[in-house]
Design a protein around this ligand. Structure first.
Ligand code: ASP
Length: 320
């Protein structure tokens, strides 16, 4: 198995072979998760701390379940209960937690780069569960697994990523992953929600949804990230839905077997029609949630192997 990373901070640092390693192992965890007894002991004796400085429903639950199914001791630390509210800095919090000897630290933070900074200060493996607009690597990996299982491959596909690209770490991590795996990427959205200079990334940019969806194998919708907007990016939600909300009519421009994805949480009637989101013949949104647990199990398993090997080498070095 090829997976050299010490932390999982972003897709940017992963080689295509490492991505494939995660997906292959996650496939095996999907099988385990479908059994009645879903227990493994690969993280037995290890401690996982989930630190969420930003709200999360599915990602936090998914990491918690993943750790528990692998036999780790899992602790959730939500910011509302922490000293961060009392003014403790990110580094102070990290150092305090570090002193409790966690093996895996799962971190979500509103500031881009905060998780990388934290990883440089602690001596356990750190997993980025989303930092600002920067990266959300496990989301891109679970999306890749969902696509690979639905389409039979994760190469040479036309993938349309639609909506609020500018504020989305999901879009960024997916763009990097899909690019590394040699797919054709189209970004669709209003120019106000497109990051500056995006055309240089080897992607096609559209502001007309129907044209952009032409011939797409995968249609990935994004949530309007209102909490990251500090001005008027769209005229109104109604107008936005009319031009960029995915409904059956717009989807008919994609390939007849195109799949519909959304990372959640969804704004039904804003970026996607509610009935289409629930249509099991087109939508793989529930599969994404299922793949999320398996991918997080695979990532933590691989990081734990590297951590054990590193600690083993250290002990051997001290004995010489
Ligand atoms: N849950 C994803 C994230 O944390 C997508 C979203 O919030 O829209 O980035």
């Amino acid at each position: 198995m090829t997976f050299r990373a010490r932390h999982l901070l972003g897709i940017e640092h992963l080689a295509p072979l490492e991505i494939t390693t995660v997906l292959d192992l996650a496939d095996r965890y999907v099988d385990l998760n479908r059994r009645t007894v879903k227990q493994s002991d690969v993280l037995a004796g290890m401690t996982q701390i989930n630190m969420f400085f930003e709200n999360s429903t599915r990602t936090q639950a998914s990491f918690e379940l993943a750790g528990k199914r692998l036999g780790a001791d899992v602790m959730n630390m939500s910011v509302a209960q922490s000293s961060v509210k009392k003014g403790e800095t990110l580094i102070d919090t990290a150092m305090t937690l570090n002193a409790m000897h966690p093996d895996l630290l799962v971190v979500r933070h509103g500031a881009s780069g905060a998780v990388n900074l934290l990883a440089s200060k602690v001596n356990c493996a750190v997993l980025n569960a989303g930092d600002g607009r920067h990266e959300h690597p496990t989301q891109a990996l679970l999306d890749a697994l969902t696509i690979r299982r639905a389409k039979g491959r994760i190469q040479r596909l036309t993938v349309a990523i639609c909506g609020d690209i500018a504020h989305s770490r999901v879009a960024r991590s997916n763009l990097i992953l899909l690019g590394k795996m040699e797919n054709r990427i189209r970004l669709i959205g209003p120019p106000t929600l497109m990051p500056a200079g995006i055309g240089e990334f080897g992607v096609e940019v559209y502001d007309d949804m129907k044209k952009g969806l032409e011939g797409a194998d995968v249609v990935m919708m994004l949530r309007l990230q209102k909490e990251r907007m500090d001005g008027g990016f769209i005229p109104s939600e109604r107008e936005y839905y009319h031009r960029y909300g995915l409904d059956a009519d717009k989807l008919s421009h994609a390939k007849p077997d195109a799949i519909v994805m959304h990372p959640g949480p969804m704004n039904r009637g804003v970026e996607i029609d509610g009935d289409l989101a629930d249509d099991i013949n087109r939508s793989v949104i529930q599969d994404q949630v299922e793949m999320g647990v398996a991918v997080r199990m695979a990532c933590m398993d691989l990081l734990a192997r590297n951590l054990r090997a590193e600690r083993g080498r250290k002990i051997a070095g001290e004995m010489v």
